[in-house]
Design a protein around this ligand. Structure first.
Ligand code: LLP
Length: 422
């Protein structure tokens, strides 16, 4: 976990700011990100790719706040986007089109046109149908668009089944065995220009061997494509690097090893290497801060009912994901510990952050932090139960700023339109 969240003077700090201070200023619940941690993660990944011509295209889907995109863009990051919305966010953050790659299995025609007009480094193509549409739209705009084809290498990423993407039964990519045929077809199209190969086998990989197996298959394909006469200058190796979600946990894969695997498998092909990390950059750089509304005694357990819920952080209910929970007040030698079920106010049993979690004895009104919530937290939030999306705050040193404001409930309600015939 990020060392930017640590106890000082008996309470949890984000960098040099006490979280209770932020909480008083912003109100709970809120997401809180450490800029230093984001920067450190980016720079250490960059370092692991030393010696390779590379571009880190941050996967915007992990956390798309424009302040974060701008922070990363200032470090030289490119972006991986999967919708026109993400593309426009990247543009607003100042990322030039030539550093943005467009991924995703279902790019709509209007999205394709808008992105082509705005400028793009490459499209990562996921199907022949998409290839045909891109060719057609590119021609109509008098453009020749750089493409890679995302291949499906049929590799088990050994991660949660809902975020595994490189097996043959998954909807992603073109089966690697059919790739040469599709590359041939693409090379005959005047609206597209083949520049490389793309692969992404899944997210939260803590074992690096599946990466090695996938990259070996990609290297074999590249050699065949070169033989077939294609120019392959760019390899997009996707994202997926896992993080540690537990305090005492040694599963965080080594960056050095990741870099080494890339060098060993595809490093000698002379291609620019793109990677698309999301979680690795922001996951441990963010937390969700909540207040305990009530304590409640069930027949055989105690519940802590907090003011955030599954609509704010869906990972525990969707993937049975584990998030460390830390009290903002630091436990000490006199603290007693209790096993709690930590739950939100939403009317579903699935609205449970943790079951039978040992925590310092807590009281209502006290604050808790759900750790490692910087990736796929805020971006996956909804307004279920007409709960407004919660604010986001960015800390750097002893400075903090709200980077997304809390909407008014009234604004949500006003979006609905009642027809005059009702
Ligand atoms: N590139 C592509 C094409 C992707 O589909 C993804 C993630 C990434 C890059 C970034 O992967 P990362 O480096 O963050 O692992 N909501 C889930 C994770 C879904 C990942 C979707 N694709 C979760 O909360 O665990």
């Amino acid at each position: 976990m990020s060392d930017q969240f640590s106890y000082k003077n008996d309470e949890l700090f984000a960098e040099d700011v006490s979280i209770s201070t932020i909480s008083k200023a912003v109100g709970t619940p809120f997401y809180l990100y450490s800029a230093t941690s984001i920067i450190d993660n980016f720079l250490s990944l960059k370092k692991s790719l030393d010696g390779l011509e590379n571009l880190i295209c941050y996967a915007v889907k992990a956390n798309s706040n424009i302040a974060i995109l701008k922070l990363l863009s200032q470090l030289g990051a490119g972006m991986d986007v999967v919708s026109i919305g993400e593309y426009l966010r990247a543009k607003v953050a100042g990322v030039p089109g030539e550093k943005i790659v467009f991924s995703g299995v279902g790019k709509r025609r209007d999205e394709i046109s808008q992105v082509l007009i705005g400028g793009i480094k490459q499209f990562n193509i996921e199907s022949e149908a998409e290839l045909n549409v891109l060719n057609e739209i590119s021609l109509s705009l008098n453009k020749r668009t750089s493409i890679t084809i995302r291949v499906n290498p049929d590799i088990d990423a050994k991660t949660h089944e809902k975020i595994s993407t490189g097996k043959k039964d998954n909807k992603f990519g073109i089966p690697i065995n059919r790739a040469r045929e599709v590359y041939l077809k693409a090379s005959q199209m005047l609206g597209v220009k083949v520049v490389g190969v793309d692969v992404h086998i899944g997210s939260q990989l803590t074992d690096l061997e599946p990466f090695r197996m996938a990259f070996i298959k990609v290297a074999e394909l590249v050699n065949n494509l070169l033989k077939d006469g294609h120019e392959i200058n760019s390899l997009d190796l996707g994202g997926g690097l896992g993080i540690s979600y537990k305090k005492t946990n040694d599963v965080q894969p080594s960056l050095q090893e990741y870099g080494q695997i890339i060098r060993e498998t595809v490093g000698s092909l002379g291609c620019e290497i793109l990677v698309e990390p999301g979680r690795f950059i922001v996951g441990n750089a963010g937390i969700l801060v909540s207040e305990i509304i009530y304590k409640k005694f069930g027949e055989d357990r105690e519940f802590l009912i907090v003011d955030s819920a599954m609509n704010d952080l869906i990972r525990p209910s969707l993937y049975a994901a584990y998030h460390e929970i830390l009290p903002i007040k630091e436990p000490n030698n006199n603290s007693s510990f209790v096993c709690y079920d930590v739950v939100g106010p939403v009317c579903e049993t699935g609205d449970t952050f943790a079951t039978q979690r040992s925590l310092m004895k807590m009281e209502s009104g006290e604050l808790l932090a759900f750790m490692s919530a910087g990736a796929y937290g805020s971006v996956m939030a909804s307004e279920y139960n007409t709960r407004p999306l919660i604010p986001e705050v960015l800390v750097k040193g002893d400075n903090f700023s709200i980077i997304r404001a809390r909407p008014l409930v009234e604004d949500i309600i006003q979006r609905d339109i009642v027809p005059d015939w009702v």
